[in-house]
Write a protein that binds this ligand. Structure first.
Ligand SMILES: Cc1cc2nc3c(=O)[nH]c(=O)nc-3n(C[C@H](O)[C@H](O)[C@H](O)COP(=O)(O)OP(=O)(O)OC[C@H]3O[C@@H](n4cnc5c(N)ncnc54)[C@H](O)[C@@H]3O)c2cc1C
Length: 498
């Protein structure tokens, strides 16, 4: 342990930029592994079930279904706290399972461990905007809300999540589709570099010029290659004012709404997008359709007027119409706070990719969702979400340039929410059947199967259906950086030794 402390002196840790990472690795491998977790002299915190409330709080996730009872939760305070934990876990027979928690938003148990060690990055949440306002450094445990607090004050913007409580880590590693994606691409398209703690304890910088294979893989390959302790993103001038809000329609109008969308898409520009939700809002809990628009650079609100006209002035009229101007992404990211606070916390999410807003496909999902949410009050909080972001910018990145699959596609998500443990399985079955239906129907209507959306996967999906032709390279990169599968949670990529 003393050796490790010498290799990673704490005063360097927060801004650790190892120039000779291989040398560090060689020294480290010659160090004896720590004999116990208790002997680790790290600057951060180690929690066990005996730690009481702090331990219980550290196990909490966005979904109650995502929490597992870890034996240890390690909350690193500096990057250098992580390698000794890895060394300890690897030295045990069998090696102890490691899970990495970023924001804890993922709806599977990928960031939790039953009896293993969770590396909880919540203390590594520093966000620093560069003096020239061209880039922003974000530590691996930050929420997007932490980033937006900084960008809002500095009057700049980044491509991030629509919701503040989603972690920068998991969101970005899975590609990262956000409100600015139609204008600036995905989060991974705006990643300039990253600092990664590898399975063997090395801390390396990855960019187009340093560890290029690693940099390629973490841009869409998920948390399979190391702990990303710092991301550096490209920064843009402010996109506000943003027209944002809700138009809600009774479920009886579903056919008319679905008929408007294909026409609406023909005039869509990269400035505007909307999310469409199928949900049963209180107090009547009747099936309802919500259009949640977001129009950037909308200084006088006129673009929103034009864009929303087909949903206001045609065959249909919203029963709720609240669209206003907000200054920035920080405000947008808090828009759903009240709804989220009221939603059942037993949440399972699945999502998939699809080629187009075919009315037949969406109506099929609508019928399934209405039928399911009618079965009991316990599951009526379940919802379906469709993201209508213009895919052109995302798809303009050449296939193979990042691990994220590239094609013009959209994504959708189905949220199974239940108020009781007894109805959780029904939600799991429902969400699985909906995404399967979307994939199959899309293949039938579009003539091609778009596969799964990693950020909404559950972990048992066939990796080929997520990564397509990038899978072989991902497997080779896995063999190079994690041959023994230290990172064994999530959508696991099998190493391929050449
Ligand atoms: C309500 C809601 C809305 C969402 N909306 C969107 C959306 O609009 N667009 C979109 O793309 N996704 C969206 N997502 C999906 C979200 O991006 C993923 O669930 C993502 O994995 C969450 O990241 P996290 O860090 O909070 O998750 P966690 O649960 O902490 O981690 C998820 C996975 O990422 C790994 N991971 C996290 N941080 C790191 C790190 N720093 N280094 C290495 N591995 C790490 C974990 O080990 C785990 O495997 C949404 C999710 C929710 C719950």
């Amino acid at each position: 342990m003393q050796c490790l402390r010498a290799i990673f002196p704490s005063k360097f840790a927060l801004t650790f930029k190892p120039a000779k990472s291989e040398l560090l690795s060689a020294k480290q491998q010659s160090s004896p592994p720590p004999t116990s977790m208790e002997s680790l002299q790290i600057q951060g915190t180690i929690l066990t079930p005996e730690s009481g409330d702090a331990y219980a709080a550290a196990l909490k996730r966005n979904s109650d279904l995502s929490s597992l009872p870890a034996k240890y939760v390690v909350q690193p305070a500096v990057f250098a706290d992580i390698p000794p934990v890895l060394a300890y876990a690897a030295s045990q027979k069998p090696p102890v399972e490691i899970a990495v928690k970023g924001g804890g938003a993922h709806s599977a148990t990928w960031a939790s461990s039953d009896g293993g060690i969770v590396i909880d990055l919540s203390k590594l949440n520093k966000v620093v905007l560069a003096d020239d306002k061209q880039s922003i450094s974000v530590q691996g445990g930050a929420y997007w809300g932490d980033v937006y607090e900084v960008t809002s004050k500095a009057q700049v913007d980044v491509v991030g999540s629509p919701l503040w409580f989603v972690g920068v880590g998991g969101f970005t590693l899975g590609g990262g589709f956000g409100p600015l994606t139609s204008e600036y691409g995905c989060a991974v398209d705006n990643l300039l570099s990253a600092t990664v703690v590898l399975a063997d304890g090395r801390i390396v910088k990855a960019s187009k010029h340093e560890e290029p294979d690693l940099f390629w893989a973490i841009r869409g390959g998920g948390g399979q290659f190391g702990v990303v302790v710092e991301f550096v993103f490209k920064v843009y001038p402010p996109v506000g004012p943003i027209s944002s809000g809700i138009l809600a329609f009774p479920g009886t109008e579903i056919d008319k709404i679905l008929a408007i969308i294909p026409e609406w898409k023909k005039t869509q520009t990269s400035r505007e997008r909307f999310t469409m939700n199928f949900s049963r809002p209180a107090p009547h809990f009747k099936p309802s359709i919500a259009i949640l628009p977001s129009v950037i650079h909308d200084t006088d609100g006129s673009r929103a007027q034009t864009v929303l006209a087909p949903f206001r002035d045609g065959d249909v009229k919203p029963v709720l119409d609240k669209v206003g101007s907000v200054p920035d992404m920080l405000t947008v990211s808090h828009a759903a706070d009240a709804a989220m606070a009221a939603a059942p916390r037993r949440l399972v999410i699945r999502g998939t990719l699809f080629s187009d807003f075919f009315p037949e496909l969406l109506k099929g999902v609508w019928d399934k969702w209405v039928a399911f949410t009618e079965t009991s009050e316990e599951v009526r909080g379940s919802a379906v979400l469709w993201d209508l972001t213009l895919p052109d910018k995302m798809a303009s990145v050449p296939a193979g340039e990042t691990a994220l699959k590239r094609q013009p596609y959209y994504w959708m998500a189905v949220q199974g929410r239940s108020t009781t443990d007894a109805s959780v399985q029904a939600c799991r079955d429902f969400t699985a059947s909906v995404v399967q239906f979307v994939r199959e129907k899309n293949a039938e209507l579009a003539g091609q199967d778009m596969g799964w959306f990693l950020n909404m996967c559950q972990g048992h999906e066939n990796p080929e259906d997520v990564f397509g032709e990038n899978l072989t390279r991902l497997r080779k990169v896995k063999a190079k950086y994690d041959p023994t599968k230290v990172w064994s949670k999530g959508l696991v990529i099998e190493p391929l030794v050449e």
